[in-house]
Design a protein around this ligand. Sequence first.
Ligand code: PMP
Length: 466
Amino acid sequence: ATGGNGDAIGDGPDELTLLAERHLVQPWPVSGSIGAEARGRLEAGEGIYVTDAAGRRLIDGPAGMWCVNAGHRRQELADVMAAQAMELSYNSPWYTTNAPSAVLSKRLADHAPDGLDHVFYTTGGSSAVETALRFMQFANNVKGRPDKKLIVSRQGGYHGSTYLSASLNGRPRDHDWMDSAEGLVIKLTCPNPFRRPEGVGEAEFCDALVAEFRDVIEKVGAGRIGAFIAEPIMASGGVIVPPEGYLVRMRELCREHDILFIADEVVTAFGRLGHVFASQEVFGLDPDMITFAKGVTSGYFPLGGVMIAGRLFEELRRSNHSDAMFAHGLTYSSHPIGCAVALKNLDILEGGLLDHARDVSGHFQSSLKALEDLPLVGEVRGLGLMACVECVADRVSNNPLTLDLEVGKRIDTHCQELGLLVRPLINMCVMSPPLTISKSQIDDMATILRRGIELTTDDLVREGLW
Ligand code: PMP
């Protein structure tokens, strides 16, 4: 029996769990439980904490999905959403515009690298990436070079779950059972210094990565490559910080060959690395387009977008095809509520949260780095308020653990018992808490994570798996 509000009475799953199991399809399911799975339910959130259905209060280690940057339950974000809904809840971007999107565009342009002064709004990250790529295709068609359409991405990258954006992904298992836009994408080596060939230094590794791109351009022909897309730090691939100078050198190659550089900042923007956009401020990078989502509204409303260099529009305006239409747009492009929330979120970031994120990031990184003394941990890496703990088969070879061990999930299970939600990624744990986290909360997080890893190590040893 269950109570009307879904509370469990007695043993067994409660009513809401049963409803989810019977009717809700969760993202990234496996076929053995597809359409019949209920994941742990969260009931509430406040600041850096969430409360689950069992009443446990957990630190939200991944800030949802790298997105609840301003923290949960912010009154000012709730208020602005309600106020905008009562003012103008929606307008068609086909025929009209609205005030919040105009003001937000100006403020984002002020923060973006020089020249990135236009914004196309979408509903999230995948649609932002899709928009950037379709714009590249359109622009090259209009410019009379229809063969310049190939997209270069990297192994280990993640760019979304729509057909074209997903075709760029390069993590283990991304393509095992899924179709992709064959022939449209070229994938380069993952710029992961931890997995560089033995005996090769980081600078030499960087040279090799750049040389690989140069070779691809030479072999395929610059006339066939339209864009290079890169997360400045690969997020869902395991927080991979590329070697020093890599991004700028890849950018130079793009400039040399008229290939658009798309920085996918869906994770790295809006304070995750201490700045509204990280490209220029952190990496000295000036891309042609920046895709963003997630933290732009701190996850309170689904919104994404692409910052686009005005220069690209000028080129189109000068072309011979003034009637060529960029036949692309979403019902919810420039959504007034989303843009209003983003404006208030930007106030919060500019009003001290960016400073705070920069202040605590050193402590965050060093607290997690200290976990490298654990025998299961091969490397802890990261930047700003994003980090990854990678577990390995042994500390001498640093060989990866087999995928089926799912050590990340085991660590997450222990940590949840102890008060911390972890983002498990195969054999890695990703940490990207709300930017509001204090130094003492960082200590709590690191203490629980250490204990979770120790308990997992004990389990693996007991089960004869490690
Ligand atoms: N790009 C990057 C770098 C991402 O991390 C993600 C989502 N994790 C996406 C794109 C896709 O965003 P969304 O899930 O909002 O479509």
